[in-house]
Design a protein around this ligand. Structure first.
Ligand SMILES: Nc1ncnc2c1ncn2[C@@H]1O[C@H](COP(=O)(O)OP(=O)(O)OP(=O)(O)O)[C@@H](O)[C@H]1O
Length: 351
């Protein structure tokens, strides 16, 4: 029988030995164990055809597994009423799938109306969501999807997926169809939104940069739906589990690690003999979570040897290129340690 509500000590999602063999004999996913904690953003990444989308669609039962079990908050999805299941799971796909002959507002109202909300309430909720994803209702509400840019359509897709206030969001290449600049902006906005709303998110991408940028943890899939590594981004980049992962994350993984390693106080040096005028801008740990990439960006932009770091009004010290290097090396060791800790509560990397 279903539990009546979420069992709080359970992971949000648990895949146990899940497999999918299509009727033509294609093994899309094999014996997959994977856990996603509540509020976590997990990216499934890997080359084309390795079973990422199949895995995602098994979670909301668009595809039925041929073996294993999938538990949401401890409940077996196959024993959960599909209507209730879909209500609890938002789904965002690359081509968005907006209704072309309905206005933006009407698109976002669809789900609340289906759930039986009165029209006025559905409209208010839709308007609120559009504002949340950065689209002014007065400007965009009555437009049709073809009157929006790709990035704006994608935001409407996210708003629509959030309309039923699902605790869980599944996203299949959500930012795949937009150009790289808009993509980074959408990623940033989405990260902020996810932190704010605390949703559990599973996102499919074939882009390792996107995966390490967004994911709290990254699941690297290999051909035939094999889970090659499931770790925090710094560990996937710094300690690839095998040759396949090393090849997939690429030769520039050291550079990529810059983008996922936060600036921390322990790598700072005192200002010393230097004058404040030598500083290449400052990074504020209080108002953002600057990364080593941000620090290096400032150093290079201003062609200076040190970047200042403060917390609000308090000056903490400076970061030099050597400090960036030390921090990068330390992050690999820490990433490996965190991964070892996380492995106790998560699926172990497959051989
Ligand atoms: N309905 C189907 N019948 C038979 N094989 C299928 C079916 N759907 C997918 N496959 C195969 O299953 C494998 C996994 O497909 P899936 O779409 O899950 O991969 P993916 O990692 O999401 O790929 P991509 O990044 O290209 O979207 C592929 O070899 C694909 O050809």
């Amino acid at each position: 029988m279903d539990a009546t509500g979420p069992v709080t000590d359970q992971p949000a999602i648990r895949l146990e030995g899940v497999g999918k063999t299509y009727p033509d004999g294609t093994v899309a996913v094999q014996a997959l164990d994977l856990e996603v904690r509540r509020g976590e953003l997990v990216c499934l990444v890997g080359p084309s055809g390795c079973g990422k989308s199949t895995t995602l669609k098994m979670v909301n039962r668009l595809i039925e597994p041929t073996s294993g079990r999938i538990l949401l908050d401890g409940r077996d999805v196959t024993r959960t009423d599909p209507v209730r299941l879909r209500r609890e799971i938002g789904y965002v796909i690359q081509q968005v799938g907006l209704f072309p002959h309905q206005s933006v507002l009407a698109n976002v109202m669809t789900v609340p109306l289906l759930l039986g909300e009165p029209k006025r309430v559905a409209r208010e909720r839709a308007a609120e969501l559009l504002e949340t994803v950065g689209l002014e209702v007065a400007t965009y509400g009555e437009r049709y999807p073809h009157q929006l840019s790709g990035g704006q359509r994608q935001r409407v897709g996210v708003a629509r997926a959030l309309a039923a206030n699902p605790p869980l969001l599944l996203m299949d290449e959500p930012f795949g169809a937009v150009d790289p600049v808009v993509r980074v902006r959408l990623q940033d906005e989405f990260l902020r939104l996810q932190r704010e709303l605390g949703k559990t998110v599973v996102m499919v991408t074939h882009d390792i940069d996107e995966a390490v940028r967004l994911g709290d943890r990254v699941a690297v899939f290999a051909e035939g739906g094999r889970l090659a590594q499931y770790d925090v981004p710094a560990a996937v980049l710094g300690e690839p589990a095998d040759d396949f992962v090393a090849g997939f994350v690429g030769a520039s993984r050291g550079l990529r690690r810059l983008a996922v390693t936060p600036v921390s106080e322990e790598h700072l040096e005192p200002l010393g003999e230097r004058t404040a005028g030598e500083l290449a801008g400052t990074l504020d740990l209080a108002s953002a979570s600057p990364t080593l990439e941000d620090a290096l960006g400032l150093l290079m932009r201003d062609d200076r040897a040190v970047v200042g770091v403060r917390r609000g009004a308090t000056f903490l010290g400076v970061l030099t290129p050597a400090g960036v290097h030390r921090a990068l090396r330390a992050s690999v060791a820490e990433g490996a340690a965190t991964a070892a800790g996380a492995a106790a509560g998560a699926a172990a990397p497959a051989e």
